[in-house]
Design a protein around this ligand. Structure first.
Ligand code: SF4
Ligand code: SF4
Length: 380
């Protein structure tokens, strides 16, 4: 990667991305691989906002590196996936809200691990302080078993506040991203663009390397990374659905947790939890073994920390489910709640944000592509 920073860009990765997009715009060999190259072709020059948009469109499949005749050792040194990964990671820091917390993206793995350890310690200390040993290490069954250790209303206030803060911080970050790429707010309300982006995100269309798969440890493409990503994403959605259904049960029907194994919150949580074990573990292994030319080693800690948080959330949740009728339930509940609390708090300051900005970039791309398709018809 070039180390000099030409004027007009805020960082060396952005300057390098400008150089590469200029080369690629002349070459255009990769235009069928993903959304990045068609979006690039709609531009003749690249502002920082354009480059951040293109970087967040890239799904890092690696195809354009393997296919590139100008990749190292060629003197042009074209490595689009690695350069866009560096730009993308810098953009997370740039869009962080409040800006004072942007440094959490530096040494992100260490921060996330520290916050997780603190969250777990606080919940365990709280459970020990507020419960008699007989309650903490007793066996509890039937409706309301969990709430004998932590009152339901306290849980709602603590987790509602953490989740509400995360949503606010993520929304503010999205606002900064949207402004930076110069897109009007109205695009986010266009049904056609939104629907196309939902389909692209749900199928990870841009992670298929132009139809052959994603590149990992060697030059043979496979679909395993996409599979692990799907397990992670849909596992997360199912766990969220489990919590949502349980909330409806509680407030709508007066049905109090825990629920029997055949009930929807448990079925969703179990299936989603298994996905959240296999998916993050697989993604971490794939990341570890990936060709170094495709990795962004400087940001490995951020990726690993987020995957570890998802894995731990699922592991502690499934253990709690399996052992909820035993004396281990009290400490497992403290452990699980500590991990979930830390996950909520760190969502706006870790790899979780990639899903948000990538989805927003896909919305913009859908709008641009539709306008391009309509332009000749309008002109003719
Ligand atoms: S990555 Fe290489 S082959 Fe692909 S468009 Fe750019 S310069 Fe051309
Ligand atoms: S999505 Fe794949 S083909 Fe497209 S720019 Fe990123 S690494 Fe290259």
């Amino acid at each position: 990667m070039s180390l000099h920073t030409p004027p007009g860009h805020a960082s060396a990765p952005l300057a390098e991305a400008d150089r590469l997009m200029t080369v690629c715009n002349a070459c255009r060999y990769c235009e069928g691989l993903c959304a990045v190259f068609p979006a690039m072709e709609m531009r003749r020059s690249f502002s920082d906002g354009d480059l951040n948009y293109l970087a967040n469109l890239c799904h890092s499949c690696g195809a354009c590196y393997v296919d590139c005749q100008f990749a190292p050792p060629h003197e042009f040194q074209v490595n689009v996936p690695q350069t866009l990964a560096a730009v993308r990671a810098d953009s997370y820091r740039r869009y962080a809200w409040p800006a004072a917390l942007a440094p959490l993206f530096d040494r992100n793995g260490l921060w996330i691990a520290s916050i997780a350890a603190l969250g777990i310690a606080v919940f365990i200390a709280g459970f020990v302080a507020w419960n008699d040993a007989a309650v903490l290490f007793g066996s509890h069954t039937g409706p309301g078993a969990f709430y004998r250790l932590m009152p339901h209303d306290t849980m709602v206030v603590v987790f509602g506040a953490a989740f509400g803060y995360a949503i606010l911080a993520l929304a503010m970050g999205l606002r900064v991203f949207w402004r930076d790429i110069g897109e009007p707010a109205a695009t986010l309300a266009e049904p056609a663009s939104l629907w196309q982006a939902v389909k692209d995100a749900a199928t990870l269309r841009n992670l298929d390397g132009g139809g052959v798969g994603c590149y990992g440890a060697d030059e043979r493409p496979t679909d395993t990374r996409r599979l692990y990503h799907h397990l992670t994403f849909y596992g997360f959605l199912l766990c969220f659905a489990a919590t949502s259904v349980a909330t409806v049960y509680h407030y709508g029907f007066g049905r109090i947790a825990p629920y029997p194994w055949w009930d929807l919150p448990v079925v969703f949580g179990t299936v989603g939890g298994i996905g959240l074990l296999i998916g993050p573990a697989g993604l971490l292994a794939a990341k570890w073994s990936r060709d170094p030319a495709l990795r962004d080693d400087a940001r490995f800690g951020m990726d690993a920390a987020f995957l570890a948080m998802l894995f731990l959330t699922s592991l502690t949740g499934l253990l709690l489910l399996a052992l909820r009728a035993t004396p281990a339930m009290g400490m497992l509940l403290a452990l699980h709640l500590g991990v979930v609390f830390a996950l909520f708090l760190t969502m706006p300051y870790g790899k979780f944000v990639h899903g948000l900005y990538r989805f927003a970039a896909l919305v913009r791309y859908a709008r641009e592509r539709r306008q391009m398709a309509e332009a000749p018809a309008a002109g003719g």
